[in-house]
Design a protein around this ligand. Structure first.
Ligand SMILES: *[C@@H]1O[C@H](CO)[C@@H](O)[C@H](O)[C@H]1NC(C)=O
Ligand SMILES: *[C@@H]1O[C@H](CO)[C@@H](O)[C@H](O)[C@H]1NC(C)=O
Ligand SMILES: *[C@@H]1O[C@H](CO)[C@@H](O)[C@H](O)[C@H]1NC(C)=O
Ligand SMILES: *[C@@H]1O[C@H](CO)[C@@H](O)[C@H](O)[C@H]1NC(C)=O
Length: 406
């Protein structure tokens, strides 16, 4: 879950105010003066991300500081000077629509500060695509809309910094914006100074290969975690039993690094998997099970299925087996996706998507038993609509693609 991408940043507010001069007496050092002039504001950045050919996310033009007055997005129609826009979560999408349609407006945006707020303000907002990672789908219909609220803002490049503010910072910036509105005509303005160093890239580095070579960025993702019940015997040359592989994702992609409004979607799957492992680990006689259980939590799946692709690549490199795990014995892969929250809180229906194999019916039966054992009508398990073109975006796509290649 730990990102390996480390960012240092802060935004400071620069108070350009001649009243500072009147306080000369009490100032004994430059840090004292600085404290008077700047308020540090914390938040979560949108960062620059690179792949082999392209860049997405945010940046500072060059590496210079950005200094611009704070203006509320919904209080001005047009921007006439370079401005730092303060925008509420609910106006966030509107801002991006405007930016994409009005280049004259976009030209004057020096930076964007997004106010904190609860996700409840957002009616199904998603910065991802309508069909996230469609290029990995093992079927033709890649125009299918799996994510109806997808806005794709995450996949574009912006030449200005964007921060999601903390609660305290939202209050502070709100006051600044109000003050600026009140004294529009006066030359004293509170300005937002985006004094941030985006360590993801050195300016002028436009692809992942060169920035990794220069050592100016870090790779996305971390380590995937694998575990088995009973433990795999690394030294045994004996063929293992048929394997049931249960997988999940340990992280997600978000527009703001380390602050994801949808964080509860993949993590719900991880928690469910851990709960299952915990329950199973208390059983005796695991060695007598006819199947070998293996659990994996993948890292970086939202970024091109990094974890699962690496896993299969590593297995391939070792002739299909590592650490007592033999891919040829893989009988079934079960993925737990987002099981945390249904948009309709009254009806909890969980959908099962499957790619039919001889094992599918047995698994569906098992799920049926699971539902019956709950003795609770609030939770329903349903088969996914047969009109779907195939599986929704998931790590299973990596496995299906592998099967097709072999
Ligand atoms: C890099 O990202 C861009 C934008 O998302 C995408 O169009 C392109 O295919 C990617 N390139 C590679 C090599 O993955
Ligand atoms: C804002 O700018 C657009 C062109 O960029 C112009 O058509 C519009 O009239 C302007 N609105 C105001 C209120 O100045
Ligand atoms: C692992 O397999 C080896 C060789 O078959 C055997 O000698 C050893 O006892 C096994 N270890 C465990 C923990 O089962
Ligand atoms: C799975 O179940 C369906 C009906 O529930 C049945 O038509 C099908 O033949 C079964 N498939 C296998 C492989 O048992």
């Amino acid at each position: 879950m730990d990102s390996k991408l480390i960012l240092t940043f802060f935004i400071s507010l620069l108070h350009f105010s001649h009243s500072v001069l009147g306080l000369e007496k009490s100032l004994e050092s430059v840090p004292d003066l600085e404290k008077l002039m700047y308020t540090s504001i914390d938040g979560y950045p949108c960062v620059r991300l690179l792949n082999l050919t392209a860049e997405i996310g945010c940046s500072n033009p060059g590496r210079a500081k950005v200094v611009a007055p704070v203006v509320r997005f919904n209080s001005v129609d047009n921007l006439t000077e370079s401005s730092a826009l303060l925008v509420s979560l609910s106006d966030f999408e509107g801002l991006f629509t405007r930016l994409s349609k009005d280049s004259n407006y976009a030209k004057h945006v020096a930076g964007v500060l997004v106010e904190a707020g609860s996700g409840k303000q957002l009616k199904g907002y998603s910065p991802d695509k309508l069909f996230p990672q469609s290029e990995f789908a093992p079927y033709r219909n890649q125009d299918y809309v799996w994510n109806p609220s997808g806005s794709e803002v995450m996949w574009k490049a912006y030449n200005f910094p964007i921060f999601l503010l903390s609660d305290d910072a939202t209050l502070a910036l709100g006051k600044v914006a109000t003050k600026n509105e009140n004294k529009k005509k006066s030359y004293i303005m509170d300005v937002a100074e985006f004094d941030l160093e985006m360590q993801t890239t050195k300016s002028g580095t436009h692809d992942s290969e060169s920035c990794l070579r220069e050592g100016t960025c870090l790779p996305l993702g971390g380590y995937s975690v694998l575990s088995a019940l009973p433990p795999l015997n690394v030294s045994s040359s004996q063929k293992s039993k048929p394997i049931i592989l249960a997988i999940t994702s340990m992280d997600s992609a978000s527009f703001f690094r380390d602050k994801s409004l949808g964080a509860d979607s993949p993590i719900s799957g991880l928690i469910s998997l851990l709960a299952a492992v915990d329950a199973l680990s208390g059983l005796s006689g695991l060695d007598d099970f006819p199947k070998q259980l293996v659990f994996i939590s993948f890292t970086g799946e939202a970024w091109g299925y990094l974890g699962s692709r690496r896993f299969l690549f590593d297995l391939d490199q070792h002739g299909g087996g590592i650490d007592g795990l033999d891919l040829s014995m893989l009988e079934m892969v079960l993925e737990i996706g987002s099981v945390g929250r249904s948009s309709n809180h009254d009806v909890k229906t969980f959908f099962v998507h499957s790619e039919a194999t001889s094992m599918t019916n047995k698994t569906l039966n098992a799920l049926k038993y699971a539902q019956d054992s709950l003795k609770n009508d609030n939770i329903k398990i349903s088969m996914a609509n047969t009109a779907n073109p195939g599986l929704p975006p998931s790590s299973l796509m990596t496995f299906l693609n592998k099967v097709e290649l072999d």
